[in-house]
Write a protein that binds this ligand. Sequence first.
Ligand code: PRP
Ligand code: ZN
Length: 180
Amino acid sequence: MIRLAVQSKGRLNEESLKLLKDAGIEVDDTKRKFIGKASGFPLELLYLRDDDIPGVVADGSADIGIVGLNEIAETGADVEVIRKLGFGKCRLSLAIPKSMEYLGLEWFEGKSIATSYPSILRCFLSSQGILSDIREIRGSVEIAPAAGIADSIFDIVSSGGTLVSNGLKEVETVFESSGV
Ligand code: PRP
Ligand code: ZN
């Protein structure tokens, strides 16, 4: 029996299940049930939060996982990327309120940045010699500037729609990600 860890909800969930379906593997994906069985193949699915998938694969609780490269980078989990899947493409970017003038990375010196990806951000800023105040927040990151939680954000951008809806503009792309 192979144990495969997939995202329980979110963008990669549908694509992951479709990938299995296209391979002729049917899975029972009853929501709120966190272990699923496949028919036609000795496969068990673990439905997890995406940020928990790299660790679960690294410690052997799952044999294999489908997750964004961003989560592997953020957790630093000791896993091997064996295949890029061609879906779930997105980027991790810095964004600021759209009314603000932006001339370069120095903008972030001494500023606060809200993010769910503190490790990738810290690594990037230190490589650029920029000192900022990183504020970790687990979700709805784009709310931070308008809510007075932080001056700027570092988060996933896909279509860019969430940034626009929250009056933000993307100013630096830091990391390109996709499902692996
Ligand atoms: C993700 C990401 C951004 C948004 C980007 O959020 O964190 O907020 O999608 O997509 P877009 O550029 O196409 O608008 P998600 O919906 O996964 O929710 P969460 O981050 O609040 O958990
Ligand atoms: Zn978000």
